[in-house]
Write a protein that binds this ligand. Structure first.
Ligand code: SME
Length: 172
């Protein structure tokens, strides 16, 4: 089976690249055997469509209140993040997307890399509503994320959730 070749023009407006991402993602991620496979493939999908972001990756829930690094693209990420700390911890703790326009104004920001100037973290749920982890995207530009990014990345997280449950949805 051959995978589709990803060709995305980085000069297109981000909105159009999100549309292309959300169009192709269901078929690429469909029938993901587990979350690691789905996250690893998602990193490439996201990085191909959104090359302007220097860090794109996942943190996974490995204990009731602890995240550990998952598949990512970028400079070295912190290995673990407790739910009590950072933007990732806040998104996991509160179960909602956290958008930070300027990381210097977010007291609890964990600077894995000083290049990060703005950040968005989206929680990931399985179909039963359990928190699996978070998607973290970092930019070298201040105020690089808006509501459109939040909406598109939350839709992407929904596509990941659906992609992992083919057997369940086929039985329904
Ligand atoms: N800045 C994040 C930590 C993860 S890195 O950005 C890869 C945070 O405050 O949770």
């Amino acid at each position: 089976m051959s995978e589709p070749v990803l060709q995305v023009d980085p000069a297109l407006p981000r909105e159009e690249r999100y549309a292309a991402l959300l169009k192709i993602a269901p078929s690429v991620l469909h029938d993901s055997p587990d979350w690691t496979a789905c996250m690893a493939t998602s990193v490439t999908l996201l990085a191909t469509h959104l090359p302007e972001f220097f860090w794109i990756g996942f943190y996974r829930v490995i204990e009731p209140s602890l995240l550990a690094i998952g598949p990512y693209r970028g400079t070295l990420g912190c290995l673990t993040i407790p739910f009590s700390k950072g933007v990732c911890g806040k998104a996991a703790r509160e179960g909602r997307t956290v958008l930070v326009p300027d990381v210097t104004k977010f007291e609890d920001h964990i600077a894995c890399d000083d290049a990060s100037k703005s950040e968005i973290v989206v929680p990931l749920y399985d179909r039963e509503g359990h928190l699996i982890g978070v998607l973290d995207v970092d930019s070298e530009r201040v105020e690089d994320f808006e509501d459109d990014d939040k909406e598109a990345l939350e839709k992407f997280a929904g596509t990941m959730r659906e992609a992992l449950h083919r057997e369940l949805s086929d039985d329904e």
